[in-house]
Design a protein around this ligand. Structure first.
Ligand code: IPM
Ligand code: MG
Length: 375
């Protein structure tokens, strides 16, 4: 009988690692172990190269996104990012903060699509703040626009008789809305065929442009059922009846807020992966932050980071079986009651970040690769 290895083409991939700050390095180590296990199991060759980014890069080089880091990212097949920021750099001016490195990287790589899948794991239902009847069957793909809006408009402070006057400009062009909407329509077509576009078209001209553009494109996608929601209503619907959603398309600012809400529905923000893509290499990161108070204590949840690595395998490298091998092992570890502190429930076993990774590796090794390849 042929083995998986015989059937799978060996793939060589260059992966740039940006562990960043806080818990970033710990969760990155867990994800890299999983990827090394995957490479060994399926006969791939992953080349890892680590670069400074965020607060640690400010400390080492004076800037959050050093030129060498950006050059490596541009030349990579994919990029894995832990998290950036922390109180240490709070006093740094806005344009020089770790977060500005992240925005700079998104801009420089042209990452205009941000996919944030919110899937409520069956064995973690008890963690959701939602009532059980509302928490079942929640699988939402958020498509957040990532390269425009109030994030990238002019930011300006001037004198004012009362003290100061601050302005943040929000801008969208037709082309910017079209390119991200195109992705969201395709995503909906590959899922349940439902697309909810979220805006504030009763107040904002950028939102009116957004709604006009999505409405026009809907005519070319008769197989996708499109609805438009105001962002305030969308926030309420996400809490009251989240199972109604399939793909949610929204702008950069609204997407930032709604995806944290979405992550909270899953029970812990530590569980959610993300992908950012544009014309070049894609970037994968958990949606949580650097959690400075948890750093160095071996209590961080590595699942968001590990699932980001799995998303990378599937979306950037076309390695569907490999991604499923990891994701299904994560589900089984949860089902077995092994939990990091943020997901502990009565009757479960609390483990640290390192041990969670070890349990996961053991679970992956147990599962025959044949199960996932049909070999
Ligand atoms: C996110 C984060 C970032 C954002 C910050 C760190 C700049 O909150 O990825 O959601 O606002 O986009
Ligand atoms: Mg955010």
């Amino acid at each position: 009988m042929a083995t998986a290895r015989d059937k799978t083409m060996t793939n060589k991939k260059k992966i740039v690692l940006l562990p960043g700050d806080g818990i970033g390095p710990e969760i990155m180590r867990a994800a890299v172990r999983v990827l090394k296990g995957c490479a060994a199991e399926f006969g791939h060759e992953f080349d890892f190269a680590e670069f400074p980014f965020g607060g640690c890069a400010i400390d080492a080089t004076g800037v959050p996104l050093p030129a060498e880091t950006l050059a490596a990212c541009k030349a990579a097949d994919a990029i894995l990012l832990g998290a950036v920021g922390g109180p240490k750099w709070d006093a740094v001016p806005l344009t020089k903060r770790p977060e500005s490195g992240l925005l700079g990287l998104r801009k420089a790589l042209g990452l205009y699509i941000n996919l944030r899948p919110i899937d409520l794991h069956a064995s973690l239902m008890g963690l959701s703040p939602l009532r059980a009847d509302r928490a079942s069957d929640v699988h939402i793909d958020f498509v957040r626009e990532l390269a425009g809006d109030i994030y990238f408009g002019k930011h300006h402070v001037e004198a004012d008789p009362s003290g100061e006057r601050a302005t943040d400009e929000a801008v969208y062009t037709t082309a910017e809305v079209e390119r991200v909407a195109k992705y969201a329509f395709a995503r909906a077509e590959s899922r349940k065929g439902k697309l909810a576009s979220v805006d504030k078209a009763n107040v904002l001209t950028t939102s009116q442009l957004w709604r006009r553009t999505v409405t026009r494109m809907a005519a070319d996608h008769p197989n996708v059922k499109v609805e438009h929601l105001y962002v305030d209503n969308a926030a309420m619907q996400l809490v009251l009846a989240p199972a109604q959603f399939d793909v949610i398309l929204t702008s950069n600012m609204f997407g930032d807020i709604l995806t944290d809400l979405g992550a909270a529905l899953a029970g812990s923000i530590g569980l959610i992966p993300s992908m950012s893509c544009g014309p070049g290499p894609s970037l994968y990161e958990p949606i949580h932050g650097s959690a400075p108070t948890l750093a160095g204590k071996d209590v961080a949840n590595p699942v968001g980071m590990i699932l980001s690595a799995a998303l990378m395998l599937r979306e950037s490298f076309g390695m569907k079986h490999e991604a499923e091998w990891i994701e299904s092992a994560v589900d089984r570890v949860f089902a077995s009651g092994v939990r990091t502190p943020d997901t502990v429930e009565p009757g479960t076993t609390k483990v640290g970040c390192i041990e969670f990774g070890e349990r996961l590796m053991a679970e992956m090794t147990k599962a025959s690769k044949r199960e996932h390849t049909g070999a």
